[in-house]
Design a protein around this ligand. Structure first.
Ligand SMILES: *[C@@H]1O[C@H](CO)[C@@H](O)[C@H](O)[C@H]1NC(C)=O
Ligand SMILES: *[C@@H]1O[C@H](CO)[C@@H](O)[C@H](O)[C@H]1NC(C)=O
Ligand SMILES: *[C@@H]1O[C@H](CO)[C@@H](O)[C@H](O)[C@H]1NC(C)=O
Ligand SMILES: *[C@@H]1O[C@H](CO)[C@@H](O)[C@H](O)[C@H]1NC(C)=O
Length: 315
């Protein structure tokens, strides 16, 4: 391949110590997972930090997404907690109201219907309490306990990849240094060779041999540094692929988990409606049995003061 000024081929470029193909050679690359929008294919570059002038790596972008997901999960748990509080308070209010003795003296079939209506408030309160306790155990708690050590895990991943990147930077600096040394040695050799052309001398011939040896050594050193750099980069590459695929798996799992528990929320809410309705059934039945004539009969039987009617005076 053609050698550029840098001493490297003209086929690649380095950005923050990572080697990328030049745009002209990019078409040869194919996505690792075509059509999947996989994390492992889209986060190889660094990115300008939106707030601040530093850079964040593609991997850090992925880690931020994960931490944000964890935060959203926590906030959902908080939201559900507020929902639970409303149910509990509502249940308490209903239960309190059902015990207030207002109109407790109503009698007959109407009195029975009224008593059942008041009791239904207590049943309804029970339904709301059950809903709130199920919300707690089947929605809030799973949100709270899902991945308790997540931040620590993410920090571990982040440090691991950052360490590999640091090693890459160090090894690239070594490559640059070795390249500079080789170029110096080559210049030296050139100067000596020119001197020899002007004036033949054993001393200069010796110097040239020495310079040639040094130049060869510098070349070997450069090769050694490039090999080390390549090893670092390929290690970083592999870890980037496996780790970003792991993050991708974790995100799929998180979304699935939340979806499932929100479905559980709607199921519980539907159930509450059904149970809630069922508390009204006995009230409806008794209301159908309310019979003013029967109530009058009952009341009259108990409170009558005499059925013998007055008659006229007869002389
Ligand atoms: C419960 O009752 C209190 C006061 O009686 C009221 O302020 C509150 O809004 C009620 N809560 C619900 C959920 O009905
Ligand atoms: C660096 O990487 C290239 C491509 O993988 C490889 O062919 C080469 O042997 C490695 N080492 C050096 C010193 O170029
Ligand atoms: C339960 O039913 C009552 C009316 O019977 C209604 O006011 C209340 O909103 C219902 N609650 C729920 C949670 O469906
Ligand atoms: C009607 O009779 C019932 C049962 O004996 C009694 O408790 C109630 O006080 C009576 N009502 C009146 C107005 O006297």
């Amino acid at each position: 391949p053609p050698q550029g000024q840098s001493g490297f081929t003209d086929l690649d470029q380095r950005i923050n110590s990572v080697t990328f193909p030049l745009p002209a050679c990019m078409s040869e690359q194919q996505l690792l997972k075509p059509d999947e929008w996989s994390y492992c294919d889209y986060f190889w570059n660094d990115k300008k930090d939106p707030q601040g002038n530093g850079c964040i790596t593609g991997f850090e972008v992925l880690v931020h997404k994960q931490l944000k997901g964890k935060q959203m999960q926590k906030e959902m748990a908080e939201f559900i907690r507020e929902r639970i509080k409303i149910e509990e308070e509502y249940a308490k209010n209903l239960s309190k109201l059902s015990q207030i003795p207002l109109a407790g003296q109503e009698e007959g079939t109407l009195g029975e219907a009224w008593a059942q209506l008041k009791k239904s408030l207590a049943d309804e309160a029970e339904v709301h309490l059950k809903f709130s306790s199920k919300l707690q155990s089947e929605v809030e708690k799973p949100f709270l306990t899902f991945r308790e050590n997540f931040k620590k895990d993410m920090k571990r991943f982040d440090h691991h990849i950052a360490d590999l990147r640091k090693q890459l930077v160090v090894r690239y600096a070594a490559v640059e240094k070795a390249r500079k040394a080789l170029s110096d040695r080559q210049k030296e050799l050139e100067v000596k060779t020119q001197q020899l052309e002007i004036k033949l001398s054993n001393k200069i011939e010796e110097d040239i041999k020495k310079a040639r040896r040094k130049s060869t050594q510098a070349g070997d050193e450069l090769m050694r540094c490039v090999d080390l750099y390549n090893q670092s980069q390929s290690k970083w590459f592999e870890e980037m692929v496996t780790t970003s695929l792991e993050l991708e798996r974790l995100e799929v799992e998180r979304v699935e988990m939340i979806r499932q528990h929100l479905c559980q929320y709607t199921t519980l809410r539907h159930e509450t409606d059904m149970f809630n309705q069922s508390t009204m059934e006995p009230v409806d039945q008794l209301l159908q049995c309310v019979d003013p004539a029967k109530d009058r009969e009952l009341w009259v039987r108990e409170n009558k003061t005499g059925e013998v009617r007055p008659v006229d005076i007869e002389i």
